[in-house]
Design a protein around this ligand. Structure first.
Ligand SMILES: Nc1ncnc2c1ncn2[C@@H]1O[C@H](COP(=O)(O)OP(=O)(O)O)[C@@H](O)[C@H]1O
Ligand SMILES: Nc1ccn([C@@H]2O[C@H](COP(=O)(O)O)[C@@H](O)[C@H]2O)c(=O)n1
Length: 220
């Protein structure tokens, strides 16, 4: 074998892409962030990264605020999944990508992007990750947060009033119009694609420890 080729194949081991899907406010972000924070001292910033599917919501700056507020954000078409898929592909090839940044208050992408480097472990979290076949096929490990919907709703009310600039009225109307129906149409059925189903939300310590152990095994 050509020596340069042999050297490169040793240097670039294909990253492991771990997806965490599930309902809105089921604990995906908390789970992924806990894994990241607890492994960062061991793996370093070159060892692990997180991508949020929410960053790939389509930009709506060409629409009025009224139109943006009526958008169904729980339909797969609300996301630019092609871009997410392409960028995961780039990362698995060892390349760097410019990840969009999304604002829930204005329902638009902001002008900046965040540079994400290819790392041996890539965590991806989002509600509809398993609904797009091409995207689904780009994951090595698929996890699903199976948190009861009433618990998710309570947590969403608390989070969205505090962090996403929403009123109780807007949260409950959106929940009845789109969030709940789309959960039953798209998210809940996608659980069947998961390799591992996690109960009790983002603080399930045993699930956190098991994934950390798997990641350690993959990176040693
Ligand atoms: N097991 C849990 N116990 C208590 N609060 C939780 C738990 N899991 C998640 N939360 C909280 O619920 C809210 C929604 O969780 P988050 O991780 O943002 O959900 P998601 O990313 O699935 O939308 C957050 O404020 C988070 O801190
Ligand atoms: N402009 C937007 C975009 C998204 N949403 C809601 O966010 C939920 C997904 O994010 P999680 O962190 O909760 O998983 C999804 O259910 C959308 O309804 C929004 O309200 N506004």
């Amino acid at each position: 074998m050509n020596q340069t080729k042999a050297k490169n194949s040793v240097q670039h081991k294909k990253p492991t892409v771990i997806a965490i899907a599930g309902a809105s406010a089921s604990g995906k972000t908390l789970f992924a962030q806990t894994i990241y924070d607890e492994l960062l001292p061991e793996l370093g910033a070159d060892g692990i990264s997180i991508i949020k599917e929410d960053a790939y919501y389509r930009d709506q700056s060409h629409m009025t605020m009224g139109e943006r507020e009526k958008t169904n954000y729980d339909d797969p078409n609300a996301f630019e999944h092609e871009l997410l898929c392409r960028q995961i592909g780039e990362l698995t090839e060892g390349n760097t990508v410019q990840c969009p940044v999304y604002c829930y208050k204005t329902h638009t992408r902001i002008d900046e992007t965040i540079e994400i480097n290819s790392t041996p472990i890539i965590l991806v979290e989002g509600i509809l990750l398993f609904c797009n076949e091409e995207l689904r096929n780009s994951f090595d490990i698929k996890m699903y947060m199976d948190t009861p919907l009433d618990i998710c709703l309570i947590r969403r009310i608390q989070r969205d009033t505090l962090e996403r600039g929403r009123s109780i009225d807007s949260i409950t109307n959106q929940y009845l119009d789109t969030v709940r129906p789309m959960y039953y149409q798209h998210i809940e059925p996608s659980k069947s694609y998961a390799d591992i189903v996690i109960t009790r939300g983002g603080k399930n310590r045993m699930a956190i420890e098991l994934l950390k152990a798997k990641i350690r095994q993959l990176t040693k």
